[in-house]
Write a protein that binds this ligand. Structure first.
Ligand SMILES: Nc1ncnc2c1ncn2[C@@H]1O[C@H](COP(=O)(O)OP(=O)(O)OP(=O)(O)O)[C@@H](O)[C@H]1O
Length: 349
C-alpha cells in the first residue's frame, strides 16, 4: 500500500497552513509569510530569487529545526529575520512577523533594539562575536548595559549568574580573554550572552559546526535544557539531520530555496513524504547502523536546482511532467505538509 494513500491530502492556502501547521495553541513568536529573498538586479524584473515563498511559524517554547543541504537557503532565511542581509540581497516579497511586528518594515535603528535582545543569535563563527583584547566579563557587561538600564554591579551579578547557568567556571571565564577559552567554552559564553537578555527567540545557525562531536552534543543538549527552563522559541539551523531529529519539536526541510516539507519532527521521521526528505533520512540511517549497509546517496549533483517548478525535480527519481510547475503545499496529516506533485503515486518509503 502506498504510504500516503491513507492520508487525506488537501491544498492549503497560506492562512490555513499557518493555522493548521502547529498543534500548539499559543500566539506565534515568529510568523514567516510568503518570504522571498532575492539578489538585486539592475531593476526589479532582473532580481534573482534565492529563497522562494517560505511559510513557517514558531511558538513560545517550540524548537523548529531548519534542515537542508548546503546552499538551500537556511542562512539567508536567518539573516533576513535578523535584518542582516548583505546589501546585494533584499526581502523581495512577504512578511516576517515577530510578536506581531512586521520586521521587514522596521528601520535599522529599530532592528538594532530587537536584534541581540528580543531575538538573540548563535552563529557558527562564535569567535567573531568577541573582541579579542577585552575580557569576557567586561564585554558581557557592556553588551547588557547597551540594551538595559542596569547598574554595573547588578550587571556583573547577572553575567556571572548566566555564566554559571551555561556550566563554565564563571569567575575564571569572566576574567579571561577570548583567546584563553576553548571553542566549546566560547560557544557556551555566546549562549550565556544570548540568554541573559531573556529573548523571545534564539536563532542558532549551525552553532556547533566548528566543534568536535562530543562538545557539539553537550552544547545542543544544554541549549535544549535551558530552553525548557526559560520557555523561549528557537530556530535551530543545521545540515545535520540527527541533531534536529533529536531535539526539534517541528521541522522544515529546504531544497533550492523552497520548503519542500514541514511538520512535527516525529511525523517527518516516521512518515517522510517528499522524495528528498526520504533520501535525506536514508542517507542518515546508514551512519547509524552498527554494520554499515550499502551507502545511500542522493542522486545528481549537490545543489542542482531546477530554474522553474519543483526545485528538486532534476535530481528526483519520481519526477514527472507536472514537476515543471511549482507544487502547492499540501496538508497530509495533523500538521504535516509537503510540496510534491507525485504524492499519490509515490510507492512506500
Ligand atoms: N551574498 C550573496 N550573494 C549572492 N548569492 C548568495 C549570497 N549569499 C548566499 N547566496 C546564495 O544563496 C543560496 C542560499 O545560501 P545560504 O547561505 O542561505 O545556504 P545554506 O543553506 O545556509 O548553506 P550552508 O549550510 O552551506 O550555510 C546559495 O545558492 C548561495 O550561493
Amino acid at each position: 500500500m502506498p504510504a500516503v494513500m491513507d492520508l487525506k491530502i488537501q491544498n492549503l492556502t497560506n492562512k490555513d497552513s499557518q493555522q493548521k501547521v502547529s498543534g500548539l495553541q499559543s500566539i506565534p513568536v515568529l510568523e514567516i509569510k510568503d518570504l522571498s529573498i532575492s539578489l538585486r538586479g539592475a531593476n526589479r524584473q532582473e532580481d534573482h530569487t534565492l529563497v522562494k515563498k517560505l511559510n513557517f511559524t514558531i511558538r513560545p517554547g517550540e524548537m523548529l529545526g531548519l534542515a537542508g543541504e548546503s546552499g538551500s537557503g537556511k542562512s539567508l532565511t536567518a539573516s533576513a529575520i535578523l535584518g542582516l542581509l548583505p546589501k546585494s540581497l533584499h526581502v523581495s516579497e512577504g512578511q516576517i512577523e515577530f510578536r506581531g511586528k512586521n520586521l521587514t518594515r522596521l528601520s535599522e535603528k529599530e532592528m538594532r533594539c530587537i536584534r541581540g535582545k528580543e531575538i538573540a543569535y548563535l552563529f557558527q563563527n562564535y569567535q567573531g562575536s568577541f573582541t579579542p583584547f577585552i575580557k569576557i566579563g567586561k564585554q558581557l557587561i557592556e553588551s547588557l548595559r547597551s540594551h538595559e538600564k542596569i547598574r554595573k554591579a547588578d550587571a556583573r551579578k547577572k553575567v556571572l549568574f548566566w555564566l554559571e547557568r551555561v556550566q563554565v567556571p564563571a569567575e575564571r571565564i569572566f576574567s579571561s580573554y577570548p583567546h584563553q577559552l576553548s571553542g566549546g567554552q566560547l560557544q557556551r559564553v555566546s549562549l550565556a550572552a544570548a540568554l541573559m537578555f531573556n529573548p523571545s527567540l534564539i536563532i542558532a545557525d549551525e552553532p556547533t559546526t566548528a566543534l568536535d562531536v562530543l562538545t557539539s552534543k553537550k552544547i545542543l543538549d544544554l541549549l535544549a535544557d535551558l530552553q525548557k527552563e526559560v520557555g523561549c522559541a528557537i530556530l535551530l539551523i543545521s545540515h545535520d539531520l540527527k541533531h534536529l531529529l533529536k531535539r526539534a519539536n517541528s521541522m522544515a526541510v529546504m531544497y533550492g530555496g523552497q520548503i519542500i516539507e514541514k511538520g512535527l519532527t516525529e511525523n517527518i521521521e516516521t512518515n517522510p513524504l517528499h522524495p528528498y526528505t526520504k533520501l535525506l533520512l536514508r542517507a542518515r540511517s546508514v551512519l547509524t547502523q552498527t554494520v554499515p549497509g550499502k551507502l545511500a546517496v542522493i542522486p545528481g549533483e549537490p545543489g542542482l536546482v531546477a530554474k522553474q517548478g519543483c526545485s528538486f525535480t532534476l535530481r528526483c527519481t519520481k519526477s514527472s511532467e507536472k514537476c515543471s510547475m511549482v507544487p502547492e503545499m499540501q496538508l497530509a496529516e495533523d500538521s504535516h505538509c509537503t510540496a510534491c506533485h507525485n504524492l499519490e503515486t509515490e510507492e512506500g518509503n
